[in-house]
Write a protein that binds this ligand. Structure first.
Ligand SMILES: [Zn+2]
Length: 438
């Protein structure tokens, strides 16, 4: 990004953007579930191996590895006992962990089936007879991300065939309240897999791979240094913005779910689009940072974002409300962000548009409909679901981070900096399947 300097950091510090309030840091807690047990052996291998024994062996190794790294780990069973599926979920809900990993081994009537896969509950593949908990449906992106990381590391570590992820309505990953996966390590019905599952060093590799996936999903220390974004859906975007110097923390919190104020949003936008540069006249004289005329009672010169607001007003990005206020410290809504972003990138927010999504709450007559559907088409803003955009909802700091991250990614892809002169538009890229903007 161009125009990156410590000025922003100071400004953000002055703004209280970097929240200094202490945040309760809780140890990362994980529940590991060894499938089957006691009277329930699970699958029985072609070599006579019982699934329940493979499962608890890998689960214990996984617990030991994660505990060594500083995670707080609980096993649903640490003995050869039968535990019902509902008891496993009840135990997990009581523990309130950050995530849940169930360890199993697979079996298939086709003896050629081999390799690893990871199951997770996906709200886009519901099974009518097996409804999930409300929490689990909402946690689809988190569970999927965890599943993907675990599968990736497990396969890399063991060399088992990569069968990818499978949306599933298995009870333990459908009824809980935290991101949950069920790992199918390999096939006991396959001679080669079964022989490897009997090997203690292979079980160790499985545990190691799963642990690495868990740690990638829920790192104990983050590059961003924020204490409150582990496991958050916008974590990667926030970390990338941190690395670019767009947001800062001093061992503190990011507060991803806090609404972003109009002043905070304009400050970020100023960093991206360099209001001061845009105000430069062709002859090279710099535009003034104050405007004469309209005075906003709620924007005194002492306000930390005074200069940014004045520049934004001069550029025509914002104007006051009908009552003569500017409301710098009021949360900014998703619609306002859409319209402002378009003004800053395209110079206007008035182009033609078509309904590029099925947002029931953004009818054609809605004042910001054009901006919302154009930005949706460009892949810069998403709905909170496929069917709703929540236009009047306050934009959270996490949503802002995700949106700016997409904007920067598109500009990186286009091999140029964010347009600062209104002469072009960010290039559209295909939907990457990243979490919706919420
Ligand atoms: Zn099983």
């Amino acid at each position: 990004m161009r125009r990156m300097n410590t000025g922003l950091i100071k400004l953000l510090l002055a703004a209280g953007f970097l929240l200094a309030a202490p945040v309760q840091a809780s140890a990362a807690k994980i529940v590991v579930d060894a499938g089957h047990g006691g009277s329930d052996p699970g699958a029985v291998g072609v070599n006579g191996l019982y699934e329940k024994n493979v499962n608890i062996s890998v689960a214990r190794k996984l617990r030991d590895l994660l505990t060594e790294q500083g995670y707080d780990v609980t096993l649903t069973r640490d003995s050869d006992d039968y535990i019902s599926l509902s008891d496993r979920v009840a135990m997990t809900n009581k523990e309130k962990p950050d995530l849940f990993v169930s360890v199993h081994a697979n079996s298939h009537t086709n003896a050629n089936a081999s390799g690893s896969l990871v199951l997770y509950y996906d709200k886009d593949f519901p099974q009518a007879s097996y409804p999930s908990s409300e929490e689990m449906a909402a946690l689809t992106p988190q569970s999927k991300r965890l599943a993907s990381l675990v599968q990736q590391y497990m396969v890399a570590k063991t060399g088992f065939a990569d069968n990818g992820l499978v949306p599933s309505a298995a009870y333990v990953i459908r009824m809980g309240q935290v991101p949950s996966i069920l790992v199918e390590t390999a096939f006991l019905s396959n001679a080669s897999d079964a022989a490897r599952l009997a090997d203690d060093s292979v079980r160790q590799k499985l545990a190691d791979g799963i642990a690495k996936g868990v740690a990638a999903y829920l790192p104990l220390t983050l590059p961003g240094g924020f204490s409150d974004i582990a496991g958050h859906w916008a974590r990667d975007a926030i970390v990338r913005l941190k690395e670019k110097g767009l947001v800062e923390g001093d061992g503190g919190a990011y507060r991803p779910d806090k609404p972003m104020t109009r002043a905070e949003w304009l400050t970020i936008a100023d960093r991206l689009f360099s209001f001061g540069d845009k105000l430069k006249t062709p002859s090279g004289t710099t535009g003034q940072t104050t405007v004469t005329g309209q005075v906003y009672q709620d924007l005194p010169k002492s306000h930390w974002a005074y200069g940014t607001f004045q520049n934004a007003i001069r550029l025509g990005y914002i104007s006051g409300y009908e009552d003569g206020s500017l409301r710098p410290d009021q949360p900014v809504t998703r619609s306002e962000v859409a319209v402002l972003l378009e003004r800053m990138t395209d110079g206007s927010a008035q182009g033609s548009w078509t309904k590029t999504a099925d947002f029931a709450d953004v009818p054609a007559t809605y004042w910001a409909a054009g901006s919302i559907y154009r930005l949706k088409q460009k892949g810069i803003m998403n709905g909170v679901t496929d069917k709703t955009f929540a236009p009047a909802k306050n934009m959270t700091r996490a949503e802002m981070a995700a949106m700016v991250d997409r904007l920067l990614a598109q500009n990186d892809k286009a091999g140029r900096a964010v347009q600062t002169d209104g002469s072009g538009k960010p290039a559209a890229v295909p939907n990457t399947g990243k979490p919706a903007n919420r």
